[in-house]
Write a protein that binds this ligand. Structure first.
Ligand SMILES: [Zn+2]
Length: 134
């Protein structure tokens, strides 16, 4: 169980799949099952059309940020570099919702963790948050 009191990070990811591939939460679920995981590792998935899908429930420890899964929630934007306006609006909705439930949690990008060389989600989340007033 993920202790809501311990949620310190709200982590933004991208699926690192082609921007013209309209994958769904179900596709990510299949992909992560293929890794031998217990299905989708994120808590929310945002499709190219801006539809927000639920992955793991918030009380279930995710599989998206090594070493920090027990203190974070993860949201994944489908795509790699060019996210749609609808996706960014949906991201704001997800993060505002989480911030109201977990006000002490910090919004970060996957690449902001020192352990990884990944560039995910391929934009500066801190800059984006300032721009969106988050
Ligand atoms: Zn990531």
């Amino acid at each position: 169980m993920l202790d809501p009191q311990k949620i310190a990070y709200l982590v933004v990811h991208c699926s690192d799949t082609a921007d013209d591939e309209a994958l769904t939460g179900c596709d990510i679920h299949q992909m992560h099952l293929g890794f031998g995981w217990d299905g989708v590792g994120y808590h929310r998935i945002i499709g190219r059309d801006g539809v927000i899908e639920h992955g793991r429930p918030d009380y279930w420890i995710g599989a998206h940020v090594k070493g920090f899964n027990d203190v974070s929630l993860g949201v994944c934007l489908i795509g790699r570099h060019r996210f749609t306006d609808a996706q960014m609006q949906a991201l704001e909705t997800v993060l505002r919702g989480w911030k109201s439930t977990y006000p002490a949690a910090k919004i970060v990008g996957h690449c902001d963790f020192d352990y990884t060389d990944k560039t995910c989600p391929n934009f500066d989340v801190a800059v984006w948050c300032r721009k969106w007033g988050l």
